[in-house]
Design a protein around this ligand. Structure first.
Ligand code: HEM
Length: 417
């Protein structure tokens, strides 16, 4: 491991750590996303870390931060070591995440440790069925997504998409009776926004109480929903907030994949011809290109050789996902790499993380998003309005601000999916 000098430490903090965290750990901040795209901040972060990697032969670098011990792994092998070492010695329950989630989900699996983590992870897996490509409720999930996405207008922007998407999400996670409960997700949005500020924001006790009451009410109603599992004394209300808020990322990814398909006619034709198997690969590659969790944070629970217990590890996924040396296709849309084993050969390509902390919602997400994309494309052509720097074969930009994407749908011949 190399400890960086003062100048390089400041460079890493200002060009990598602070911009990544400032864009919102718990809820992406639209204005900062827009600035990040406009100023090319993600590209600058990747360039800074690539230079350090070359200079230090791929060794992890320790950054000088007063009162904190912070390490950035820069090689695929070290990235794999951190993810395989979750939750011990690298716990996902870091100080920052605990401070952020205490605003609305103090019992979430992501910030749990020891036996609590084991029970809550087992409960989450029983509900989300991560190992099954198609969840046992896949038919219901697809029907809900088709019904709601089918109501989108001909011109889709982020606001119109999000309105419809949240209806589908509330039905999937909590049951049909939650469809129109915009207040529930608005409250969650406010609590997440407070969570972005971690300890710097006071708890919104009134919003939290209203959110908890509304959530409990939905969980009492006799509906089909994801949050049905019971086990080992784990309360679904302690886990379901994550399932709701994480679907926000799935919405962003749906819109970004549609934007890519609009500018990649060959891939669009393949998606139409091959159906959801290929569309899932399109979604995976979209998350590779623009990870919705660009920083995988871990905290060591004992000495790992990278500093004392309590050292924070900051795994910057864009560095690995856009590495032009390891991935000759880094800056282009390459869904086929998820189907032919190419992506699987790279342990640091982790759209849904990896190891024991891997996203348990991954297959539900791939099913819901690919169904949404198929529904938008069904009988329609799509055009991306605006520029966004998506001009293949030119390299794809390092950021795509989903809140400013606008798509237009026009009728085409009926197509069978
Ligand atoms: C595009 C959508 C999504 C992406 C890209 C994504 C990605 C991720 C990633 C990268 C992690 C690991 C975070 C870390 O290591 O610090 C994670 C954790 C998690 N995700 Fe997702 N996620 C998505 C949607 C969802 C959905 C919809 C659900 C639930 C229905 C979900 C449930 C979870 C849970 C419970 C964890 C914590 C796992 C643990 O700590 O054991 N995710 N997700």
């Amino acid at each position: 491991m190399t400890t960086l000098g003062a100048l390089d430490s400041v460079r890493v903090l200002t060009s990598v750590v602070v911009p990544t965290l400032a864009a919102g750990v718990i809820r992406r901040r639209p204005r900062l996303m827009w600035l990040t795209e406009r100023w090319g901040l993600d590209r600058r972060a990747i360039a800074t870390l690539t230079r350090l990697r070359e200079r230090h032969g791929g060794a992890p670098v320790a950054v000088r931060v007063p009162g904190r011990s912070l390490v950035l792994p820069l090689s695929e092998v070290d990235a794999g070591r951190v993810l395989a070492g979750t939750p011990d010695p690298f716990t996902p329950a870091t100080t920052e995440k605990r401070a952020a989630l205490r605003h609305f989900q103090p019992h979430g699996v992501l910030i749990s440790t020891g036996r609590d983590r084991d029970r809550r992870r087992a409960f989450t897996e029983a509900a989300l069925e991560p190992e099954r490509e198609l969840h046992s409720q896949a038919g219901r999930i697809a029907a809900v997504v088709r019904e709601e996405i089918g109501t989108l207008p001909a011109e889709i922007d982020w606001d119109s998409f999000a309105r419809v998407w949240w209806r589908a999400v509330r039905r999937i996670v909590l049951g049909d009776q939650a469809r129109d409960d915009d207040e529930l997700t608005d409250l969650l949005g406010r609590l997440r926004a407070a969570g972005n500020w971690a300890y710097l924001h006071p708890l919104r006790r009134r919003d939290r109480a209203r959110f908890d009451a509304a959530l409990a009410e939905h969980l009492r109603s006799p509906s089909d929903r994801l949050a049905t599992a019971h086990g080992d004394g784990v309360d679904p209300a302690g886990q379901a907030p994550h399932w709701l808020f994480a679907f926000d990322a799935a919405g962003m990814v749906t819109v970004r994949t549609l934007a890519l398909l609009a500018r990649h006619p060959r891939h669009l034709d393949t998606a139409r011809a091959e159906g959801q198997h290929y569309t899932r690969a399109c979604v995976l590659d979209t998350i590779r290109l623009w990870p919705t969790t660009p920083a995988l944070l871990r905290e060591s629970v004992r000495d790992t050789g990278w500093g004392p217990p309590g050292t924070t590890t900051f795994l910057h996924t864009p560095l690995f996902h856009r590495d032009p040396v390891a991935l000759p296709w880094a800056d282009r849309f390459a869904p086929e790499t998820w189907l032919d084993g190419t992506a699987a050969a790279h342990p640091a390509l982790v759209p849904f993380s990896a190891g024991a902390g891997q996203c348990p919602g991954r297959n539900v997400v791939l099913h819901a998003t690919s169904t949404a994309i198929a529904t938008v494309l069904d009988g329609h052509d799509i055009t991306l309005l605006g520029d966004h720097g998506l001009h293949p074969p030119q390299p794809l930009p390092a950021t795509l601000d989903n809140t400013s994407v606008r798509l237009r749908r026009t009728f085409r011949h009926p197509v069978a999916w």
